[in-house]
Design a protein around this ligand. Structure first.
Ligand code: FEO
Ligand code: CA
Ligand code: CA
Length: 702
C-alpha cells in the first residue's frame, strides 16, 4: 500500500555544519560550529528521486537488484610486512598493487538515488527491519517503555537514546546468537518529552532520564531462521544484557590515573569516574572488548567562569566556555548532579574525553577509561595488530583544525583464548606510545583550494607520527606526562601537528593494513584568519569532506613514518572539486560528509554520512579501495528525514548490515507531538537500530 507522505519540513542548509539542522548542532555537539575553532595554536600548516513504491513499513525498493575472516569481525592485520627503521620523513609510499574485490566481493547492487523520504531505503532485493528502538527493554525485567511513562530508573534499564556506533560480537558457536553493542551519543529533549519548552523547564527527573539515556547498551540478539535478519532475545536469563549510563562507575587506567588533574572531592584518588558521555564511534578489539570514544563532552559542563584562572586555557582548548556561568546551549545537568558544575568541581571535565573499554562478555566488569590513549574529542578507536604483536589504535579528534592520533602498545598480544591470555590482553591499552600525525606535501604551492589536482596528479605526500608520551615519560618539553595525556590537544599543538578537516572515524583495512580517515567537513578552511588549504586538506570551504588513505612505512602499523594520499574528495560528481580516485564520475553516487567507516570482509569500504550538504538524506555508501573499481562510490541505503546514518557493521559472514539510524526527525521546530519524522513506528521519531539483509540470503553488497 502506498500512503501519501506528509510534506517534508525544510532541511536548512546551515553554514558551518553540512546540512545539519540547528537542533542537531545544539544537542549533538553544543553548537561547536557556531564557536571559533578551539585550536588557535600557531603551529605550522600547509599552506528528487526516482518514482518508487513505499510499502507499509516504509521500505522503498529502487531499480533492479542490482580474507581475512576473523572471529567477532575484529580488525587483525598481522603479517603485513616487517617493520622498517623509522626515517626522519617518509617518502610517499606507493600503495602496493592489490586486486580489487571480484567474484564474491564485487559490489553489484543497484545504487539507491538521493532522496528526502521519511523511510529507510534499501536496494531492490533487500529487506530491512527494526532491531532495537529507543526505550526497548535491555536488562531483564526492564519495564515496557511509553513516551508518557518515562522514569530515570526505567531508562537506566532500557535502550538509550540516539544510538551511534554499533557492532556485534559472537555468542557461542554456530552464528545464531550474538551481542549487539551500541553507543548512545546524546539526548535531544525536544524529541523525548511531550510539552518540552526549554532545558531550564525540564524537571530534575527528566534530566536524570537524559543521563540514563546516554552511555552504551549490550543486547543479546538471535538470528531469525536462516536469514540475515536478527531480533533481540526476549526471554531467558540474558546475562550479558546491560546498560551503561552517565552514572556507571568506571576506572581510570594508565599513566595519568591518579593525577592531581583528575582528582575531585568525590574521588580524591583520581581513579574512579561516574559514567561516560557523548559516546560517538568505537571499535572492536581482538580480545573481545569494545572501545568507545567520548566526543563532545564539553557541552555537559557549566560554571567555567568560576574555575581558577590557570585552568581556563586548557578548558578553552577543549571548547569549554570560561566567560559565562551558563554557556548558550547548556544542558543544565548541574541541577541534577553538581559534578557538572565546574565552579564546584573544576577537574570533573578532565575525567571525560577518553577512550572507554567495555567487556560485553562480562556484565559485571567495570568499564575502563584509558589515559594512555590521550584525551580529546575522541571520535573512536580502531585496532590493528603490528607484525610484532603490538596493538595499534587509530583515533581522530573531531573538531575543525584538530588532529589525527595513534597509540602503539608496549606489550604484545597473546593469541590464546585462556583466561590468563585475556587478562593479559586487557592490559594492552594501559601503557604505550601516543603519537600525533604531521603530514608533508609533494605539491606545496600548487594547492589553490579549488580541489584541482596538482601537476603530479595526486594529493599525496609523506608524514611522521610524532611521539607525545612513551609509557610514563613525557616527550613534550615543559609538560608532565599527566599534562600530555590530560591536555593532549595542547601537547599536539606544541609539536606542530597538522590541522585537519575534522578527523572522524579512522579505519584500517584488515586486508591491506592501509588506514582510511574520514575528514567530514570544514567550512572554515581557507576563511579569513583561518588555515588555508594544504595538500592533505586540499579544498577551501570544504563542506563535503574527503577520505584520506595512509600507508604505513613497511606495512607496519607501528611505524613512525607513512605515506598518504586523498583518494576521494566528496561532493556531487558534477562538482569539479569532487574526485573519486579517477573513476568515471558519471557512475558515482553523490556523497557528502563522510563520518563513520567500516570494511566488509572483502575489503570494500563502507561509509556512513552525517549532514549531507547536498540537501538529500544521509546514507550508507560502499566503495572498493583496490583494483579497477577504486573510487566507484555507490549509495547502498538512505535513512529517514533529519536522521544521521551513524554507523554500520557487517559481520564476517557478510549476510547482515547492522545500521544505526540516529536522530530521525531532528529538524528545527519538531517535537514529540509535531514530529518531522514518524519513523520507525508511525507515531513520532525514535532513534533505532535496523538490520538489512538480502532476500535470497546472499552476501550484502553484491
Ligand atoms: Fe559524534 Fe564526530 O561525530
Ligand atoms: Ca602531490
Ligand atoms: Ca569504524
Amino acid at each position: 500500500m502506498t500512503a501519501p507522505l506528509p510534506p517534508p519540513r525544510s532541511l536548512p542548509l546551515l553554514p558551518g555544519h553540512g546540512g545539519r539542522s540547528a537542533m542537531t548542532c545544539l544537542y549533538r555537539c553544543g553548537n561547536a560550529c557556531a564557536h571559533p575553532a578551539p585550536n588557535t595554536s600557531g603551529n605550522e600548516y600547509f599552506g528528487e528521486v526516482a518514482a518508487a513504491a513505499v510499502s507499509r513499513r516504509g521500505l522503498l525498493r529502487v531499480g533492479s537488484l542490482g580474507a581475512l575472516v576473523i572471529g567477532a569481525g575484529v580488525t587483525l592485520g598481522s603479517g603485513l610486512g616487517k617493520g622498517g627503521a623509522a626515517e626522519a620523513v617518509a617518502p610517499p609510499v606507493a600503495p602496493p598493487a592489490q586486486p580489487g574485490p571480484t567474484g564474491r566481493g564485487a559490489l553489484t547492487f543497484r545504487a539507491v538515488p538521493p532522496n528526502t523520504l521519511d523511510a529507510v531505503v534499501v536496494p531492490n532485493g533487500y529487506d530491512h527491519a527494526v532491531l532495537m528502538t529507543w526505550g526497548d527493554p535491555v536488562e531483564p525485567g526492564a519495564p515496557a517503555w511509553s513516551v508518557d511513562r518515562q522514569s530515570a530508573a526505567a531508562q537506566a534499564r532500557q535502550f538509550g537514546f540516539n544510538n551511534d556506533w554499533l557492532a556485534t560480537a559472537p555468542l557461542g558457536r554456530g552464528g545464531r546468537r550474538a551481542l549487539l553493542v551500541v553507543n548512545h551519543e546524546y539526548t535531544n529533549e525536544d524529541l523525548m518529552f511531550r510539552g518540552f519548552t526549554s532545558v531550564e523547564a525540564l524537571s530534575v527527573e527528566q534530566l536524570r532520564i537524559a543521563m540514563a539515556a546516554h552511555g552504551l547498551s549490550v543486547v543479546e540478539i538471535e538470528r531469525v531462521g536462516a536469514t540475515g535478519q536478527w531480533r533481540p532475545v526476549r526471554t531467558g536469563p540474558r546475562r550479558h544484557n546491560r546498560r551503561i549510563t552517565a552514572r556507571t562507575p568506571m576506572r581510570l587506567t594508565g599513566p595519568a590515573a591518579g593525577s592531581s588533574l583528575l582528582r575531585t572531592a568525590a574521588d580524591p584518588r583520581g581513579v574512579t569516574v561516574l559514567g561516560s558521555l557523548n559516546n560517538c564511534a568505537g571499535g572492536l578489539t581482538p580480545w573481545g572488548t569494545v572501545l568507545s570514544g567520548e566526543e563532545n563532552f564539553n557541552q555537559y559542563f557549566v560554571g567555567g567562569d568560576g574555575v581558577p584562572a590557570a585552568a581556563k586555557p586548557a578548558l578553552n582548548r577543549y571548547g569549554i566556555t570560561t566567560t559565562a556561568r551558563y554557556p548558550a546551549g547548556s544542558r543544565r545537568w548541574e541541577r541534577a548532579d553538581a559534578r557538572f558544575d565546574l565552579a564546584v568541581n573544576p577537574n570533573e571535565a578532565n575525567r571525560f574525553g577518553w577512550i572507554v573499554e567495555v567487556d560485553p562478555y562480562d556484565a559485571r566488569s567495570t568499564p575502563r577509561k584509558h589515559t594512555a590513549l590521550g584525551r580529546f574529542k575522541h571520535e573512536g578507536a580502531e585496532i590493528m595488530l603490528a607484525p610484532d604483536g603490538r596493538i595499534v589504535a587509530y583515533m581522530g579528534d573531531d573538531e575543525r583544525f584538530d588532529y589525527l592520533y595513534k597509540f602503539v602498545s608496549d606489550k604484545r598480544i597473546r593469541r590464546g583464548d585462556s583466561a590468563a591470555d585475556k587478562a593479559h590482553n586487557l592490559t594492552l591499552l594501559e601503557s604505550g606510545t601516543l603519537y600525533v600525525a604531521k603530514f608533508d606535501a609533494t605539491s606545496a604551492g600548487e594547492i589553490d583550494g579549488s580541489g584541482a589536482l596538482p601537476s603530479d596528479g595526486a594529493f599525496d605526500g609523506g608524514g611522521r607520527w610524532i611521539p607525545l608520551a612513551r609509557g610514563n615519560r613525557s616527550l613534550v618539553a615543559g609538560m608532565s606526562v599527566d599534562a600530555v595525556l590530560v591536555h593532549t590537544r595542547l601537547a599536539a599543538d606544541a609539536v606542530g601537528a597538522t590541522k585537519m578537516d575534522r578527523p572522524e572515524d579512522v579505519q584500517p583495512n584488515p586486508r591491506t593494513g592501509k588506514v582510511y580517515v574520514a575528514l567530514t567537513n570544514n567550512t572554515r578552511r581557507g576563511a579569513a584568519g583561518q588555515p588555508g588549504p594544504d595538500e592533505p586538506n586540499p579544498r577551501s570551504d570544504n563542506r563535503h569532506g574527503h577520505i584520506l588513505e595512509i600507508v604505513e612505512a613497511g606495512g607496519d602499523s607501528a611505524a613512525e613514518t607513512f605515506g598518504w594520499s586523498v583518494p576521494i574528495v566528496c561532493g556531487d560528481p558534477a562538482d569539479p572539486s569532487s574526485y573519486f580516485a579517477g573513476f568515471d564520475k558519471s557512475q558515482v553516487s553523490p556523497i557528502s560528509c563522510p563520518d563513520n567507516l567500516e570494511f566488509d570482509v572483502h575489503g570494500n569500504l563502507w561509509i556512513s554520512t552525517d549532514g549531507n550538504a547536498l540537501g538529500a538524506n544521509d546514507g550508507l555508501f560502499a566503495v572498493p579501495v583496490e583494483g579497477p573499481g577504486r573510487g566507484h562510490v555507490k549509495q547502498f541505503l538512505t535513512v529517514p528525514r533529519g536522521a544521521e546514518q551513524a554507523s554500520a557493521y557487517l559481520p564476517p559472514d557478510n549476510r547482515t548490515a547492522f545500521v544505526s539510524v540516529q536522530h530521525p526527525g531532528e529538524i528545527d521546530g519538531a517535537t514529540v507531538d509535531d514530529p518531522a519524522s514518524t519513523w520507525p513506528h508511525g507515531t513520532f521519531a525514535q532513534p533505532a537500530v535496523v538490520t538489512v539483509w538480502r532476500l535470497d540470503g546472499g552476501e550484502i553488497g553484491r
